[in-house]
Design a protein. Structure first.
Length: 659
């Protein structure tokens, strides 16, 4: 028996023993600050799963069922290592890279086609050396099996562009997992959003692929019809986190018949058994049938009966199942017995189960099976660029915003004269260039939140790492930001009449670009840490307003408290200083009057008047405005460092969320 468990664990199956999962209960503020300990108080944790054991072998399909709140999705999360069990052992063929999980929600990039979506999932799951033809063949095969070939070139759909239906999106999500050919596939409500016929065809396709490729499939499923229910090999029925039945589909009716509940001839056994253990409406039945061992809705009673049955099977006793009861005949009894053998082995020999510990998650172990970081980054960059080129709402409209802002500044500050009366106007151009474009970075948040949902699905299935995602997003975002900065600069720079010369224009574009990059990476960091659009938008708005206040343009003599730290970590400080220094240094701004006639009047302190010139030098303006002597190399280095720090924090946040 020990060898059987080890072969199941290492041969692509899954074994679990005595799993428990609990969460701490929320305590009131009064109880948190109370020093007295009440030993009679109820436990401080809520048990969601208790004493669950079992196994599944390659090519087998296990349905996890139960009433609402039974713990189905929680069990799936624990078995897939998304949630650590409070106690118990899990073994999954020694490498969690072989696991794939399909969630209830469909997280897909709306502007990609069905085929592109599945193709990139296959590409990311295979070694970098895999020929493109192999990826194409695998993609086409999965699309054919799931009935997606006819819509292969249809886009998923966005708020602005109608795409495929909800049921088709569900099939695409399943296809993205199946195309990777995992050894263990977890499906959370795979038939939700599908009509009865399509649901049956999808389950049948999953079954065929599972049998053909030796994939162990565990699926939570709600109210399946008989055709779908019978497509599974075994069923695990839960009631309030405990096992109520685990065995062959054919043994369900016989088991409950042995407890005094006979399934009607035209009753779906799946609905029948879930209805028996649903305790939401327990107590409504007044009359009890003769021979009933456990009351309807008594989840604890049903779970105790099953636990006793498993214990007697381990010690060699016979099945307490009534034969000859509408499918609960001797065949069903034997089916139930054979189907529970893996469970019995797990219960009787828990020490033989090799545990799936945190060591399986170390980078070295994962890296041995994952495509290289470079390959992941290149593939994700290609997909990002495809997404950006098609995403009208997120990127084309955003590009238009920069064009509009350039036109606005060019027409409001048009042809500034090189006089001292227009110096403040000239300074405000640079301030608003940095501040406005910094505020516009919030437009990246909605698109990122869509990408983040896809990241959580794909990185959760170990297709790539958060580092690869961060690098790819950086590489694909920088060209877009440069294009936006360039179009703004071309429109505004010459129309306003800033420092003439191609070299000065080039530096203006470079410095503005660095400021835009820092603002963009700040917005993306906030969106990663607070993945709720309204909340992220509010925090971004507050931060940008804060940077404007401590940047030094509005208040040139900041209080020491703000100047000592906030002023020097503000990316706007450095971007503004570079732009102003590039524009003003080397220029002269004429004042009213003449030195010769003695009526020269300058609105700024001028060092040129003493030299006989009625003008203010750009250096005088830099000194008077508080910008001072800008060390270009240091300022550029600090701006780059701020952007890099934002990226590192962005990566750290994603890595922490995906732990």
């Amino acid at each position: 028996m020990t060898e059987d468990i080890e072969s199941a664990a290492h041969g692509g199956g899954l074994v679990w023993h005595d799993l428990k999962y609990s969460v701490p209960l929320k305590r009131s503020l009064l109880s948190r600050f109370s020093r007295r300990t009440d030993t009679s108080a109820p436990t401080s944790e809520k048990v969601l799963l208790s004493g669950l054991s079992g196994s599944i072998v390659p090519g087998e399909m296990l349905a996890i069922m139960g009433a609402s709140g039974a713990g189905k999705s929680t069990l799936l999360d624990v078995l897939s290592t998304r949630k650590p069990p409070t106690c118990g052992n899990i073994s999954a063929c020694g490498d969690i890279k072989a696991i794939s999980y399909v969630e209830q929600s469909d997280s897909l990039l709306g502007v990609l086609t069905v085929r592109e979506t599945i193709w990139y999932s296959a590409k990311l799951s295979l070694p970098a050396s895999t020929p493109t033809r192999t990826i194409d063949e695998r993609t086409d095969l999965v699309m054919h099996d799931l009935g997606l070939a006819a819509i292969a070139h249809s886009r998923i759909g966005t708020p602005l562009e109608r795409g495929i239906s909800g049921g088709q999106k569900r099939r695409v999500s399943i296809a993205c997992s199946l195309v990777t050919l995992p050894r263990i596939l977890f499906l959370d409500e795979p038939t939700s959003g599908l009509d009865t016929f399509t649901a049956h065809e999808v389950i049948a396709a999953i079954r065929n692929l599972a049998k053909r490729n030796g994939i162990a499939v565990l699926a939570t499923i709600h109210s399946p019809n008989w055709e779908i229910f019978s497509s599974f090999d075994r069923v695990l029925l839960l009631g309030r986190g405990r096992e109520v039945y685990q065995g062959a589909i054919a043994g369900v009716v016989g088991w409950f018949a042995g407890l005094g509940y006979r399934c009607g001839e035209h009753t779906n056994p799946a609905d029948f058994m879930v209805g028996l253990v649903n305790d939401d409406f327990a107590g409504r039945e007044v009359a009890e049938k003769e021979g009933v061992v456990v009351k309807r809705g008594d989840t604890v009673g049903f779970a105790d009966a099953w636990a006793k049955h498993v214990a007697t099977r381990v010690t060699g006793s016979t099945l307490p199942v009534k034969s000859g009861e509408d499918g609960g005949n001797s065949d069903s009894a034997s089916s139930s017995g054979s189907a529970t053998q893996p469970l019995q082995r797990a219960v009787s020999h828990p020490d033989a189960i090799p545990q799936l510990t945190s060591a399986a998650r170390t980078p070295a172990t994962a890296a041995s099976r994952m495509t290289s970081l470079l390959s992941q980054t290149v593939t994700l960059t290609r997909r990002n660029l495809l997404n950006y080129s098609r995403n009208l709402l997120a990127y084309s409209v955003r590009f238009g915003m920069y064009v509009g802002m350039g036109v606005l500044l060019a027409t409001v500050w048009i042809r500034l004269a090189p006089t001292d009366t227009r110096i403040n106007d000239r300074l405000s151009v640079h301030f608003f260039s940095v501040a406005f474009l910094g505020f516009m970075a919030v437009a990246s948040i909605p698109a990122f939140l869509e990408e983040r949902a896809v990241l959580l699905r794909e990185a959760g299935n170990r297709l790539y790492t958060p580092l690869a995602f961060t690098l790819a997003q950086t590489v694909s975002t920088l060209p877009l930001l440069f294009a936006c900065s360039a179009v703004f600069s071309v429109i505004a720079y010459w129309a306003i009449g800033l420092h003439p010369g191609a070299a000065h224009f080039g530096r203006f574009l470079a410095y503005l670009y660095l400021g835009v990059v820092a603002a963009e990476f700040q917005a993306l960091l906030i969106a990663a840490a607070i993945p709720v659009f309204v909340a992220a938008l509010a925090v971004c708005a507050f931060l940008n307003g804060f940077w404007m206040c401590v940047q030094g343009y509005f208040i040139r003599h900041l209080p020491a408290f703000w100047h000592k730290w906030a002023h020097w970590i503000d990316y706007e400080t450095y971007a503004f200083g570079l732009l102003v220094d590039n524009d003003f240094r080397g220029l002269e701004f004429a004042c009213e009057g003449s030195v010769a006639t003695g009526d020269c009047v300058c609105q700024w302190a001028s060092s040129l008047v003493a030299q006989g010139t009625c003008a203010v030098s750009g250096e005088d303006v830099l000194s008077a405005s508080g910008v001072g002597d800008v060390r270009t190399g240091m300022y550029v280095g600090v701006l780059v460092a701020i952007a890099v720090v934002y990226r590192l924090l962005f990566w750290a946040v994603l890595r922490l969320q995906l732990k």
